[in-house]
Structure formats: C-alpha cells, structure tokens
Design a binder for this molecule. Structure first.
Ligand code: GLC
Length: 433
C-alpha cells in the first residue's frame, strides 16, 4: 500500500504556516534578503545586515501555535506544516547546531514544541517544513549583498570542507526535529534547486529520516524520494499520477507581508479546495501570522469562511477520492463508496445535470446538510429502456433556491453501485435471453 493512503490522502486539507523573524518586520519570508524573486512580486529588497538584524529583536510567542491549530481544526483541516527553518536560516527551535535561531535570540522558546503539542491537542497530523539551503550559514555559504540580485543557477560554490560541515549541520538539525518531538508525520523540504541531488546526499538523508520516523511522509522536494508531488500556487488541470498537494497562499505572499493586501476571495479558496479534492489531491493553504503570532484579520476571515463551509460540507471533501470525468458534471465531483458528491461552484440557471452515471442504480438525491430527498428525473437512450439495458444515463435535478449555499452547494447522489462505473453492466440472463 502506498504510504500516503494511511492519513495523507484522506486528509485532503492542511494548514501551511510560514512564520519567522521576517513577520516582525512585515516582510515576505526570506526572499527580501536576496533581493526578491519574480514569483513573489510584493516582496521587499532588504540589505543582508538589516535583514538579519531584525531577527535579533524577535521574541516569538510560544503560545502562538495554539491559535493556529484551533483555526485549522475549525476549518476542517487535518494536518499542519510549520516552517521550522526557512531559507534565511533562523531555527524556530533551540537547535544545538548552527548559530541562528531562538537558541540565540529568544532563549527558552521552542516553537516546534508548542506547535507539535497544539497539533496533537487538535487532532492534526504534524508536518515540519525545512529549507535545505540556509542563506545565513557561513559554510553554505551565506548570501551577501554582492550577489544581489539572486540568480537561479548562480550560487557561489562552497568549499569541500565547508560543504561537509554544512551537511553535518543539516543532518544534525533534521535529527533534532525528528527525535525530540515525538511522532512527526511529514517532513516538507524546500529549496533543493540550489544544489544537485548528490550534494544533498539525498539517499543518506532519506535513510536518516526513515530511521528516525519510520512512518513519516517526505515531499518531492527531496529529489527522488518524495511520497507526494507539491505543485505550488497552482491546481494542475490534469492530476499528477502520484499523490499530490497544492500549496497555496491566500494573498501573494507566504510570510506576513504587511504591504500585501491582494487576497483571493473566500469563495475562490473554497472552490479551490473542491477542485483539488475533485482531482484527488490535497490543498495546503497558507497563513502568515504577524510578528506576535496572530493570524492577520483577512486570513482569519478566510479561515472562518472555511469553518462555516466545512461544518456542513466536510463529508464531501475528507476521505473522498477523485470524482467523475470533467464532462459528466459542470464542476468538481468527489466519491466515497457508492456516494457521489457534486460540487456546484456556480448558481444553476436550469436543472442541474449529471451525465454518464448508472442512473438505474440511483437511490436518492439531496443537498448536503439537508435531509429532504430531492425529486430527480432520469434520461436514458430509448433502446436501453426498451431492451432493459442497465446502462448509463443522465440525471436532472431541480435545486430549490432555499437550499443553495452562498459559496458552493454540494449535491449528494446515493447509488447502490459504484457511481463511476462506466458503460453498461453485463445484462442479466433474463434480459439477455
Ligand atoms: C518556494 C519559496 C518559499 C516557500 C515555498 C512554499 O519554494 O521559495 O519561500 O516557502 O515555495 O512552497
């Protein structure tokens, strides 16, 4: 059985948390240190000394993760992933390796610990993000203003000794993260593009990780070793063959970027969750708490909209698998056993139609969250009817105005066979005769 079937695929919805010293200044995560990147157009450009000096005054509040986990659980999320160390190298736990992080600027604080505890309290699986590059570490080597602007592919080479020390540091930190906090369900790497898989010594890293946490999932950013793909800021039109998770920001920044007010509508985000689930993937939705660890109001509002919608519709997301083909319904669909969930992302102007399903096995139709059975009409080819062929046909459903959700209504179609069964079932002896 593939590892992701255990909890990851059924979970469908998780919280990404980008938190680090940048939040204190209201900057995007790490990228301002290297002069920004085109894909994060609202990020800043901050000289290296000034960038790192900001970390010195930051006292992260160990209580912050409790509010994130509360919001995540209320929104129907099943796991959470925290940036334990982003590209700027600041460790959110008191690492005994390296010289940058809470151990040096906020003694006594351990955000990874309070994060893991909060996740457990709220029934969330625990994911730890770890950037392979560290733009602060002297052996990496550290990014300097002379290298600005950042060029993809143009990184200064470390010395051979330096690289050995650097990888010792990476292994040391990973060992701490996967030894000191109980069961960790996922490690989420990032930044591998800066060096080759050989330099990252990926096979040895994987052995180390699985030796410490045998059941852990690893994302595909540890080249060659991922349990799942990680399309970024994008829902793949054709779902990848392997398990996958789209990571997505609510605005255009990962970190708490006070200059970024360009938010996606709450409805758009809910629709994205339906689209992702309908293609058999997960959504890892990001928040960037401010320097005090508070979820910024526009992000909290979006979390609350998920809480409202998921209170009624979680059943159509969690534990489902990818649904029908795109032509069968004008919107995403998800499946659970003999139940088909049709996610209406637009207000219907005519009866809603579901095509190519085994209509003679359709037992009932209702709106998710309401008990009343809705009347439905079925259409099948005339010859199928005359010959008693158990084929597929079309269902038409009138959706009363009063039952519509303002953001996305889900129709529940209960069959007594697999709703995705294609074509006709073999005719019985009696009809064949
Ligand atoms: C990119 C960015 C990084 C962000 C990550 C999330 O790799 O470099 O800032 O944390 O995407 O997927």
């Amino acid at each position: 059985m593939r590892r992701t079937r255990d909890w990851f695929e059924p979970a469908r919805f998780g919280l990404f948390v980008h938190w680090g010293p940048w939040a204190r200044a209201g900057w995007e995560a790490s990228w301002p240190l290297v002069g920004g990147v085109v894909t994060l157009p609202l990020g800043q450009d901050i000289p290296a000394d000034e960038y790192h000096a900001n970390a010195g005054g930051w006292q992260p509040d160990p209580a912050a993760p409790e509010a994130w986990a509360t919001a995540a659980a209320a929104a129907g999320m099943r796991y959470a992933v925290l940036t334990t160390r982003h590209h700027d190298g600041y460790a959110l736990w008191p690492s005994r390796h390296g010289a940058h992080g809470v151990a040096h600027t906020a003694p006594g604080v351990d955000i990874v610990r309070t994060f893991a505890e909060a996740c457990r309290r709220h029934g969330l699986k625990i994911g730890l993000y770890y950037s392979l590059p560290d733009w602060h570490h002297p052996d990496y080597p550290a990014f300097t203003d002379a290298q600005r602007p950042y060029v993809f592919g143009g990184y200064p080479s470390p010395s051979a000794d330096g690289w050995q020390r650097y990888m010792e540091y990476v292994r040391g930190q990973i060992t701490e993260l996967l030894s000191d906090y109980g069961t960790i369900d996922m490690i989420w790497f990032d930044g591998a593009w800066e060096r080759s898989a050989d330099m990252w010594d990926v096979d040895a890293l994987e052995r180390l990780i699985r030796g410490l946490q045998p059941c852990i999932l690893i994302n595909d950013r540890l080249p060659g070793h991922g349990n799942f793909a990680t399309p970024e800021q994008f829902v793949p039109p054709e779902p990848p063959a392997e398990p996958w998770e789209t990571c997505l920001t609510m605005n255009r920044s990962w970190g708490y970027n006070s200059s970024d007010t360009d938010y996606k509508l709450p409805a758009t985000l809910v629709h994205t969750l339906s689209e992702v689930a309908g293609r058999g993937g997960n959504l890892l939705l990001n928040i960037g708490p401010d320097g005090d660890g508070r979820i910024p109001p526009p992000q909290q509002a979006r979390m609350s909209e998920f809480a409202r919608w998921m209170a009624r519709h979680a059943e159509a997301i969690i534990g489902t698998s990818a649904g029908l083909k795109p032509w069968q319904f004008a919107g995403p669909t998800t499946l659970k056993g003999n139940t088909l969930y049709c996610h209406l992302l637009m207000q219907p102007v005519a009866p809603v139609s579901v095509r190519g399903v085994p209509v003679q096995h359709l037992k009932s139709v209702r709106v998710l969250g309401h008990d009343a059975a809705l009347p439905f009409e079925i259409r099948i080819p005339v010859m199928d009817e005359l010959m008693h062929i158990d084929g597929s046909g079309e269902v038409l459903i009138d959706l009363p105005e009063a039952l519509r959700d303002p953001v996305a209504t889900v129709l529940v179609l209960e069959f007594d066979c697999d709703p995705a069964r294609s074509g006709s079932a073999a005719p019985s002896q009696e009809t064949a005769a």
